[in-house]
Design a protein around this ligand. Structure first.
Ligand code: PLP
Length: 403
């Protein structure tokens, strides 16, 4: 028997887990599945800005060799300018590293920091790669609760109560996946102050920072402190609708002098994989310096905003379903009355829906949410398809009683 590493025992990524495998099986049997399990804009008819795809085509011949392990200087200059304009102090291009999507950089950043048993504060619910990366690195993910009753904002006292002498870092996902919450500047300030007091590294996942609705106030976490070591993550997958290009970056700011060893570790991690995919690195400058027309998608007449509104309204009209209206990203994280529908296992619930209506959702527990009373919807399909899909959910729930 060939056994997997025990390091993987507690590592899960349900977005492509057993239920996704079931969906593929149904597809092989000839069914058409509406896949609302992953935030991948392209299959729903979204296109990256023309200049972004063009830059890859035009530069392909110059992209045949390895780049520097941190990535092309021109891309890093562009990222530096972009974050300096947001108000992050003292950024040098050496503080920026490019990756094959943010996913790879999350793994690098966490692996470079943790020793066996070190703790990281991770939100619940979370984007599950964060919990997975901590566990894979031998660390312990300690979940702080985001409070649905307060628009999914983290409770500061809960965060405080979970800090121990082993806590090394705090993860902030803002705008948030899966809840769609966008944190008020005051809350971010308090979280950063807490990190300062306990000498924690802040990992700020800001991959959705251009997908903001209703003119909500937004600030990048690193702007709150020149002292707290903050690693900010961003990329092209969501903001620029180009998830398949695998282009992301991370930026280290704050008191870098006290983090020399960690920064060397990040450098080692980046060099171990030589460099990220070079054609996609060319797309970064084109994206950041080019036409920002995709931002119209979140305006009142914009496609994403209309899809959010339709999906939200249809959803909350279903008896026993409630939801906080998202202010960012492209997900809804509704609550379902588990007593009314006799749900004890959210995975079974999502699987039953898939089998009956051929719609793929992800159960709340896939986002490290501890109760079986939530699920996540990706609202990327066009309004008409979303609307029909929500009708299917309503129909399914009419007769559904229990797992
Ligand atoms: N962070 C968050 C919060 C995400 O939702 C995702 C993807 O869904 C990622 C990171 C990873 O993005 P990518 O690897 O495509 O850059």
């Amino acid at each position: 028997m060939i056994q997997r590493s025990t390091r993987l025992d507690a590592v899960h990524y349900e977005l492509c887990g057993p239920i996704y495998e079931q969906a593929k099986e149904l597809e092989r049997e000839g069914h058409r599945i509406t896949k609302l399990n992953i935030g991948n804009p392209a299959p729903f008819g979204f296109d990256a800005p023309e200049a972004v795809t063009r830059s890859i085509i035009d530069n392909l011949r110059h992209a045949q060799g390895y780049s520097d392990h941190k990535g092309l200087l021109s891309a890093r200059e562009s990222i530096r300018n972009c974050y300096a304009a947001k108000g992050i102090a003292g950024i040098h291009t050496d503080d920026i590293s490019l990756g094959n999507g943010v996913s790879e950089l999350i793994l690098q950043a966490v692996q470079a920091l943790l020793n066996e048993g070190d703790e990281v504060l991770v939100p619940s619910p979370d984007y599950p790669l964060w919990t997975a990366a901590v566990r894979f690195s031998g660390g312990k993910a300690v979940h702080y609760l985001c409070d649905e009753a307060s628009d999914w904002n983290p409770g500061l006292n809960d965060v405080k109560s979970k800090i121990t002498s082993r806590t090394k870092a705090m993860v902030i996902i803002n705008p948030n996946n899966p809840t769609g919450a966008v944190y008020a500047p005051e809350l971010l300030q308090e979280l950063v102050e807490l990190a300062a007091v306990h000498n924690l590294v802040v990992f700020s996942d800001e991959i959705y920072d251009k997908i903001l609705y209703d003119e909500v106030a937004y600030r990048s976490t690193a702007t709150f402190s020149d002292e707290v070591l903050t690693v900010t993550f961003g990329g092209l997958s969501k903001n620029y609708l180009a998830a398949g290009f695998r282009a992301g970056w991370m930026l280290v700011s704050g008191n870098k002098a006290k983090a020399r060893s960690y920064i060397e570790g990040l450098n080692t991690m980046a060099s171990l994989r030589v460099c990220s995919n070079v054609p996609a690195q060319f797309a970064i400058q084109a994206a950041l310096e080019g036409d920002q027309g995709m931002q119209d998608l979140v305006l009142p007449t914009g496609r994403l905003r209309q899809q959010r509104d339709t999906c939200y309204e249809k959803l909350v009209a279903i008896p026993g379903v409630t939801c906080v209206k998202p202010k960012g990203a492209f997900y809804l994280f509704p609550k379902i009355d588990v007593k009314q529908y006799r749900i004890t296992d959210d995975q079974a619930f999502v699987l039953d829906f898939l089998r009956e209506q051929h719609v793929l959702l992800v159960q709340g527990s896939g986002f490290n949410w501890q109760q079986p009373d939530h699920f996540r919807i990706v609202y990327l399909p066009e309004v008409q398809e979303l609307s029909q899909t929500m009708d299917k959910l309503a129909l399914f729930l009419q007769n559904y009683r229990g797992t």
